[in-house]
Design a binder for this molecule. Structure first.
Ligand SMILES: Cc1cc2nc3c(=O)[nH]c(=O)nc-3n(C[C@H](O)[C@H](O)[C@H](O)COP(=O)(O)OP(=O)(O)OC[C@H]3O[C@@H](n4cnc5c(N)ncnc54)[C@H](O)[C@@H]3O)c2cc1C
Length: 464
């Protein structure tokens, strides 16, 4: 189908949030209150922090303040790939923290196992399917990359299955596939908005006081108590956790480490039985291709295809604006790539198109820290892989606030900070040149130019 025609009726809103299951918002904070712990942010970071704070100590009085609606931001707009990795993939983790990669992989799998158990414990139905992720090569040079990946994996004894061209097409039938690697247990597919709403419900059941439409405008510290002011009331506490993602930070230092990168996605109409049979996909894995600019795609529980990624857009100036949620140029490109990948789905149209902001940092995986004499903790910079890792980050924040030394707090990954981005306007120049270099690498069989090689050597980069 012509991409423009296929997109003509696509709603301009995130598919997951456009659901009758979306609960009514909780009331605003409209008075002054105090609590033992205030959590700011109602995405996965904040929700997991509030929930696990109550699980650790049911007597704790916990308040959660969300500026808009629970899960409206990255949390309700993502691909729903819930990954075990805490390091934005094995290769990135191995490059940066080789001596602790075994531990990081184990803790990541435990974290994913715990997410699965939490869903059972609170009866959260978010269509969780632990089907793994299929990494596919669509260019010959990408096969070399998968081969190198396989060598690393074999050393660590992880559960991956290499697939040749015929085998990978038997899993998911695309004429573009040359080979693949199926990471079998380290990834689950889920509906992220229903997970967020389920976590909200679990928080409420445990007695967390959740306030929506309550943006925190300022943070004052009198040395003992931190007071968070919203337009109609304030919340004071001895402990504060920030799970505010990419948004203008309440702690100034965070703005040096995180930049907003826009990522876009499409959702098709549900496939008919015949259309699904034409692609196979019996094992329902999430799929990611292996270019520097990659697509991620997956089936939903009613057999739509979510198709996203490729363009990772940084708008000069680094602002977060509602109008950036839509980018027709990217949607048309994505639709064209979808039909190239699945020509047998030429008659399938799209029902939704949307974008969202990714909290990107220069090491690609989240960083953690404390401020205000250890009474405030933060976690940010998940760089497009926070559906699972935010639960780990929430645990780190709670460990830090408790003053406990745990296996998590002793990790070098947790103790170190990423390299800061330069200030604007240099920041925009550097990022746009890096994006251009990445596109060039994809067009020249993966060959990285001098600039990318220099960044690689310094352990820096740009990703979504
Ligand atoms: C298009 C897209 C696709 C993605 N795909 C995947 C994927 O498949 N797998 C994966 O692992 N990750 C993916 N991600 C990334 C993932 O969604 C995020 O890492 C994760 O949701 C981050 O959660 P968070 O709670 O830290 O941030 P957010 O979801 O951004 O939540 C932060 C919340 O804090 C609130 N807030 C901010 N400031 C204030 C304030 N001052 N007062 C009150 N509230 C405030 C905001 O309103 C917001 O609700 C994707 C992201 C996008 C955008």
């Amino acid at each position: 189908m012509d991409p423009l025609k296929a997109l003509a009726d696509a709603e301009r809103k995130p598919y997951w949030l456009d659901s009758p299951a979306r609960p009514e918002p909780r009331p605003r904070l409209d008075r002054n209150t105090s609590a033992d712990l205030v959590v700011v942010g109602g995405g996965f970071s904040g929700l997991w922090t509030a929930l696990m704070a109550k699980e650790r100590d049911p007597s704790l009085d916990v308040v959660l303040l969300e500026g808009r609606r629970i899960g409206w931001a990255a949390t309700g707009r993502n691909g729903g790939f819930c990954l075990a990795t805490l390091t934005h993939g094995l290769a990135n983790g191995l490059e940066r923290w080789p001596e602790e990669i075994d531990r990081l992989e184990r803790i990541g799998v435990e974290n994913l196992d715990e997410i699965e158990r939490t869903l059972r414990r609170y009866d959260i139905d978010c269509s969780f399917e632990r089907t793994g992720e299929l990494h596919v090569a669509t260019e010959p040079w990408q096969l070399d990359g998968l081969g190198e990946h396989l060598d690393l994996i074999s050393e660590l004894g992880l559960d991956y299955l290499p697939l040749d061209q015929e085998q990978v097409r038997a899993e998911v039938n695309s004429p573009t596939y040359l080979g693949g690697l199926w990471e079998r247990s380290g990834c689950a597919m889920l509906d992220p908005a229903r997970l967020a709403w389920g976590l909200r419900e679990a928080c409420l059941r445990l007695g967390v006081r959740v306030y929506e439409r309550s943006p925190v405008r300022s943070l004052d510290d009198d040395g003992t108590t931190i007071t968070l002011r919203t337009p109609y009331g304030s919340a004071a506490a001895r402990r504060v956790a920030l799970g505010t993602g990419v948004f203008p930070p309440l702690l100034r230092r965070l703005k040096h480490f995180v930049v907003p990168v826009y990522d876009y996605a499409l959702m098709t109409e549900p496939l008919t039985a015949a259309q699904l049979a034409a692609v196979g996909w019996h094992n329902r894995q999430g799929v990611g291709d292996s270019g520097n600019r990659f697509h991620y795609y997956r089936l939903t529980d009613d057999n739509r295809v979510l198709w996203g990624g490729y363009d990772a857009v940084y708008y000069n100036g680094g602002l977060v604006k509602p109008e950036y949620d839509q980018r027709d140029e990217t949607f048309v490109k994505l639709a064209g790539h979808f039909y190239d990948t699945f020509p047998q789905l030429a008659e399938v149209g799209f029902t939704h198109r949307w974008g969202g902001v990714i909290d990107t940092c220069s090491r690609f995986s989240a960083f953690y820290g404390q401020a205000h004499g250890g009474r405030l903790a933060y976690a940010a910079g998940y760089t497009g892989m926070g559906v699972g890792a935010t639960r780990f980050g929430a645990n780190v924040m709670l460990d830090l606030l408790s003053g406990e030394r745990t296996e998590r707090t002793e990790l070098r990954m947790v103790k170190e900070k990423p390299f800061p981005f330069p200030p604007e306007p240099v920041r925009s120049g550097v990022i746009q040149f890096t994006r251009w270099s990445i596109a060039q690498a994809d067009e020249h069989e993966g060959r990285r130019n001098l600039w990318l090689r220099a960044l690689d050597r310094m352990g820096l980069g740009f990703d979504s």
